[in-house]
Write a protein that binds this ligand. Structure first.
Ligand code: AMP
Length: 390
């Protein structure tokens, strides 16, 4: 267990909070198109303010490649955060240096540092840069789960120069749910994996099959497995160089691993394309979604589960009608009323489209980080935090 912000005495302290303010911006960099990530950080920010701390908030935004770029400034974020909190948020001209140090916030004040990645030393996890970041504050809190799989100066390097490093409330919630479903999950535990490629999720599949009771496969990934089994896949997306690996994975997983039994096929990926549902994919068609029989079969298994882990869409979710299978699975997970942890942007969108967000226990904010967690890989940004004494 890692130290939580709740374990810290923050009164009168300056707390450095690594947040995830990597928000989408409209071209030009002035307008925030979704403030979801800013909102997700509010509980930790509000908690630290209530405890009497002065706050230094730090984040990266986009890929400025180690150089200042006004189109990736965090200034619009300071403005939006100030609106959401109903109090001023001071914007620092940079993230390190004497000018920034002189802006040290008093209790109740908030200083937002400029984009960490304006310095190449951030991603290089440079010790000198780390020391400079650490010198700005008394305590360290990481609430940026989405970057916890990266060993950068603000997520790992600076921690060794801080007396204490704790998880923020959002980070805490992510770790709590991901740990619950991966260590001794309520059984039966069912994992649902979809998306484009087997190659992206090999380690996830290998790790999940160690402890889940069922592994339901959907998305294009299924066609690499089906082809490896000798089934016709037509013109479906297949990773031909992963057929041997797919065979090995199926042999290791045995009956746990389930593949679609029918498919929605079409000649092209186009909105409103002519489709049919088949159990054998014709040579000239592509499998673009799981069929009704598969939806029914998977839904029945999900209904008997006590915990569900889901990552990745069951079909070409972005293009209707190939979103149906994914939305149906979202509904099945919601109806099962189980401990459910969902990661990945498409699965989250399907849950929103199905209107069932409230029935999902936890929707992860970090796609890459949650996949690495499910793969059993220790996240460097989590490992670096202070251990909680038992
Ligand atoms: P991932 O990022 O690995 O979760 O993959 C998501 C992508 O997989 C989405 O863009 C989907 O359109 C794509 N995808 C899912 N199923 C299929 C399919 N049957 N054929 C082609 N692409 C698919």
């Amino acid at each position: 267990m890692k130290l939580s912000i709740r374990d810290l005495d923050l009164k009168g302290k300056t707390v450095f909070i690594r947040v995830d303010f990597n928000v989408p911006l409209a071209p030009g960099g002035q307008e925030i198109t979704s403030d979801k990530r800013i909102r997700a950080s509010l509980p930790t920010i509000q908690y630290a303010l209530e405890q009497g701390a002065g706050l230094i908030l730090a984040s990266h935004l986009g890929r400025p490649k180690g150089k200042p770029n006004p189109e990736m400034s965090l200034k619009p974020v300071a403005a939006r955060l100030s609106e959401l909190l109903g109090r001023p948020v001071k914007m620092a001209p940079d993230c390190i240096g004497p000018e920034v140090a002189a802006l040290r916030p008093a209790p109740g004040e908030i200083l937002l540092l400029e984009n960490l990645r304006f310095h190449k030393e951030e991603e290089a996890n440079d010790p000198e840069f780390s020391k400079q970041l650490a010198s700005l504050a008394d305590v360290y809190v990481n609430d940026a789960f989405g970057t916890a799989h990266r060993a950068h100066a603000s997520t790992v390097g600076m921690i060794q120069y801080m007396p204490q490093a704790a998880a923020g409330l959002l980070m805490d919630k992510e770790l709590e749910y991901l740990t619950k479903v991966t260590k001794n999950p309520p059984r039966p535990c069912v994992a649902i994996l979809g998306g484009a490629k087997v190659s992206d999720k090999i380690e996830v599949i290998q790790n999940l099959m160690k402890f889940v009771d069922r592994l339901l496969i959907g998305g294009a990934m299924a066609y690499t497995f089906l082809k490896a089994k000798g089934e016709p896949v037509g013109k479906s997306l297949v990773e031909d160089d992963k057929l041997e690996l797919a065979k090995e994975l199926m042999a290791q997983a045995g009956e746990k691993l389930m593949l679609p039994v029918d498919h929605v096929v079409a000649s092209e990926i186009k909105e409103g394309a002519e489709t049919s549902t088949v159990s054998q994919i014709p040579d000239d068609k592509m499998g673009l979604d799981i069929g009704e029989k598969t939806v029914a079969m998977y839904s029945e298994i999900i209904a008997t589960a006590k915990s569900v882990i889901w990552n990745g869409p069951m079909g070409v979710f972005e293009v209707p009608p190939f979103d149906r299978g994914t939305v149906a699975i979202a509904k099945a997970v919601a109806q099962a009323n189980v401990l459910s942890v969902v990661g990945g942007g498409d699965s989250e969108k399907a849950i929103k489209a199905a209107g069932v967000s409230q029935q999902i226990s936890h929707i992860s904010t970090g796609g890459g980080a949650s996949l690495e967690f499910l793969a059993g890989i220790e996240l460097p940004g989590v490992a670096a935090l202070t251990d909680k004494l038992a």
